[in-house]
Design a protein around this ligand. Structure first.
Ligand SMILES: Cc1ncc(COP(=O)(O)O)c(C=O)c1O
Length: 381
């Protein structure tokens, strides 16, 4: 069976899982207030960096007492900075259920050479977070961007834990409720749910994480780009906008625009609602079609940002080639860019449902996926 070409196209075909679609109000001319060609240490630059921190706190509801810093090298920079600076003082548990979490495991085991308790689950499943010893330091990813599997909540993390919880929340921040009392380190990049640029990472530290920084000296060398303390004391300036090295003021201005947009639509509850509505469009589509399914086995763990899909039609013998052909067809039609599954993930599609994506665009995309599936299926026959 083939289907007619759908009549409606998504207004914006950008469904990439990073860099993600810009906010709906974005245009380059709205960045004209960026203090370009000025020092980031001048009052004007410092004020912009501080505003990025303050507005992040406001929109995310980060508690007073938690530090928020802008650090180099996007989310990866923030996660590795935390791992290199904090780990080694206590036993370590490394948790992974997809590619990025697996990368942090490699960091801990192969680079830092820590004798970590490694807990993994295959793509589509999640590690039992209730069976972990939280008196160890625990490193995990809130939303596995490459498997579309996320933590449903943080209830299993004890409030009175002795260890630190270090959470890569790059595809969860601004999209999902993060229980701040259960998280000691939270990292993310502007390029994900806010549709910002990838230059810088955000590093959020609980008071207990700061205590660790000030009481623990890692046994390994720390490059300047990772150093959060000086003379055993936290470098407080980093958390007021005095960045370690030179930031892109254009990227900062762009992030400020995204934060303004977030505030204008109603802040975090509105951002979360947009992601939920977006993911629901795809859930309904999967429920209505027996040839496609969410990679997440338990709907409670299904991501509302990086939705990963697999083709379940038993008539498809080469799943990878099929999924690639579908993604290519959709790209060629100009209706969906960058929705092939991540290179290390099982074959399929990955459709970004973050807050900057319009629900109407996902609704318009679904018939195109059906169209492409049927066309490729017919070609197989
Ligand atoms: C869960 C997760 N961690 C880390 C990264 C790396 O982020 P960045 O490239 O912004 O450093 C990504 C990027 O997609 C991700 O999804």
């Amino acid at each position: 069976m083939t289907t007619d070409q759908p009549a409606t196209r998504p207004g914006n075909p950008r469904f990439s899982s990073g860099p993600c679609a810009k906010p709906p109000v974005f245009s380059l001319d709205k960045l004209s207030d960026a203090p370009l060609g000025r020092s980031h240490r001048a009052a004007v630059g410092k004020a912009k960096l501080k505003a990025a921190i303050d507005h992040t706190r406001e929109i995310l509801g980060v508690p007073e007492g938690y530090r928020i810093g802008i650090v180099p090298a996007s989310d990866t920079g923030a996660v590795e900075m935390a791992m290199w600076s904090l780990l080694g003082a206590r036993p370590v548990t490394m948790v992974a259920w997809e590619s990025f979490g697996a990368g942090w495991v490699t960091d801990a085991v192969k680079q830092l050479k820590l004798d970590a308790d490694v807990r993994t689950a295959p793509y589509g499943q999640i590690v039992d977070m209730g069976a972990i010893d939280y008196d160890s330091d625990v490193v995990f990813t809130w939303n596995g961007t490459t498997s579309g599997v996320r933590l449903p909540h943080g209830d299993m993390i004890p409030a009175d834990r002795q260890g630190l919880t270090i959470c890569d929340a790059t595809s969860a921040a601004f999209a999902m409720d993060l229980p701040w009392d259960k998280l000691d380190v939270v990292t993310f990049s502007w390029q994900k749910v806010m549709g910002g640029e990838a230059a810088h990472g955000m590093l959020i530290l609980s008071p207990r994480a700061v205590e660790r920084l000030e009481s623990h000296t890692p046994p390994w060398p720390l490059p300047k780009i990772f150093r959060l303390t000086k003379g055993g004391k936290l470098i407080e300036g980093i958390f007021k906008g005095e960045t370690i090295n030179t930031p892109s003021m254009l990227a900062v201005e762009d992030y400020l625009l995204a934060l303004d947009w977030a505030r204008s639509i109603g802040g975090l509850p509105a951002l979360i609602a947009r992601c939920d509505a977006n993911a629901a469009v795809i859930a309904r589509f999967c429920a209505a079609n027996d040839w496609i399914a969410n990679l997440a086995e338990d709907p409670a763990t299904a991501s509302t940002t990086s939705v990963c899909l697999k083709f379940t039609d038993p008539g498809i013998s080469d799943g990878a080639a099929f999924a690639k052909a579908v993604a290519k067809r959709l790209e060629a039609e100009g209706v969906a860019f960058d929705i092939g599954a991540y290179r290390d993930a099982p074959p399929g599609l990955r459709i970004w449902c973050g807050a900057t994506v319009e629900t109407s665009d996902l609704e318009a995309l679904m018939p195109w996926i059906a169209h492409a599936y049927h066309a490729e299926r017919a070609a197989l026959a």
